[in-house]
Design a protein around this ligand. Structure first.
Ligand code: NAD
Ligand code: MG
Length: 396
């Protein structure tokens, strides 16, 4: 067999990063870790380096790099520690790398993910915020470099599996009527709306079906996650927002569906465990063991569906508006959401105020064209300032 594929895992200490390393460790003959990055929890990063012996590790600043380098040496490892965004871009684009798992959370993942795209790597995309922020530019870069872009988000991976191989010809050309994007509805699907003002970060992060990082857990509770995923689906599958319908499916067993013009609806099912889409993308077009238990349909017993309620989930409405407005709107939506969610997790704002912060931010700033990355980061920065101003205006 040929040499193992060299994999860079950006965001290795996070939920997706750890699941990726779990799958990789099951197939040492196929995959070798080339680089790992962490931002906090650097003792865990050290343990991951000991376990996977990467060529490089990347940390946010020089002091942490020195400490990690000393610990690695003491452990007898030759792993070299790199620093900051520059280090992330270097390990994303290194000529020896075959595939990059983009699993940094939020806008911080954009430049390193784009560096991997521009270097023509196989991209395993978990960092949906990167694509949401810079959709047109990101997809142009994918087409220019010939990079293979494979979705890790369970819904998009499911859609990818249910699409015909030549879907890049356009949904109409391949007979697809619409994409049905499933959502669990999160922990507050049935909470009385009046009580939402009093929910805590811990309640918001207690997802009924999935175990994930804190930011995406809050996004799932507010359904901003589904809004970001709607935008993500439009870019990945060249769909219009009107061709993507959100369906609440509380069991999270169907991960999404594709509706064809002949009336066929194809779905991908599985246990809610991210190792399935990770293994699917890592091995594509082959299949490998992911460690996920077989789906027990008798234990699942029933599958329920309902339409989302935009009064309960205003973030979904705001995301759809941003998807339709395009240009700078998705980057602003994402940035305002990042500020609002961080403030909610810090206990500075109440849960319903997340949507208020985003809506006011979007209303204050006109939508402008984004022709280059600088324009994307300008829109992102403006939205962050406006969202911070909301916080100071309200004494937070
Ligand atoms: P997480 O919070 O568990 O991990 C985030 C990772 O990013 C960590 O390794 C952290 O050290 C790193 N990081 C955080 N801030 C950083 C910064 N400023 N610079 C560099 N690195 C930074 O998050 P997660 O749940 O693993 O999610 C990661 C991405 O995958 C997100 O974009 C999320 O939307 C997406 N995703 C996650 C899941 C899931 O099940 N967890 C499912 C679908 C998509
Ligand atoms: Mg998802």
């Amino acid at each position: 067999m040929s040499r193992p594929q060299q994999i860079t895992v950006l965001g290795a200490t996070g939920s997706i990063g750890l699941s990726t390393l779990d799958v990789i460790a099951r197939h040492p003959e196929r995959y070798k870790v080339f680089a790992l990055s962490g931002f906090t929890r650097l003792s865990e990063l050290l343990a991951l380096c000991v376990r996977h012996t990467p060529r490089f590790a990347v940390v946010p600043e020089a002091g942490a790099a020195r400490a990690l380098q000393d610990d690695l040496r003491a452990a007898g490892l030759s792993t070299r520690v790199l620093v900051g965004e520059e280090g992330l871009c270097q390990v994303a684009a290194d000529p020896e790398v075959d595939a990059v798992m983009a699993a940094i959370v939020g806008a911080a993942g954009l430049r390193p993910t784009l560096a991997a795209v521009e270097a023509g790597k196989k991209i395993l995309l978990a960092n949906k915020e990167a694509l949401v922020m810079s959709g047109a530019l990101f997809m142009q870069a994918v087409h220019k470099s010939g990079s293979v872009l494979l979705p890790i988000d369970s819904e998009h991976n499911a859609i990818f599996q249910c699409m015909p191989q030549d879907y890049a010809r356009g949904l109409g050309a391949v007979g697809v009527r619409r994409i049905l994007l499933t959502a669990s509805g999160g922990p507050f699907r049935q909470t009385p709306i009046a009580e939402l003002a009093h929910v805590t970060p811990e309640q918001a992060c207690a997802h009924p079906n999935w175990s994930m990082g804190r930011k995406i857990s809050v996004d799932s509770a507010s359904m901003m996650n589904k809004g970001l995923e709607l935008i993500e689906a439009c870019w990945l599958f060249d769909a219009k927002p009107s061709q993507v319908e959100v369906v609440i499916h509380p069991q999270s067993v169907i991960h999404s569906l594709v509706d064809y013009i002949d009336g066929s609806v194809l779905a991908q099912l599985g246990n809610p465990d991210m190792r399935t889409p990770i293994a699917n993308a890592l091995a594509w077009p082959e299949r490998i063991d992911s460690g996920v238990a077989p789906l027990d349909l008798f234990a699942v017993a029933r599958l329920d569906f309902q339409a989302p309620d935009e009064e309960r989930f205003p973030c979904l409405r705001l995301a759809r508006l941003a998807a339709e407005a395009g240009n700078s709107a998705p980057a602003m939506l994402n940035a305002a959401n990042e500020v609002a969610v961080a403030a909610f997790l810090d206990g500075r704002v109440r849960y319903p105020e997340i949507a208020s912060i985003i809506e006011e931010t979007l209303n204050l700033e006109p939508v402008v064209a984004v022709d280059d990355l600088e324009a994307v980061f300008t829109a992102d920065a403006k939205a962050r300032v406006l969202a911070e101003q909301w916080l100071s205006r309200h004494g937070r």
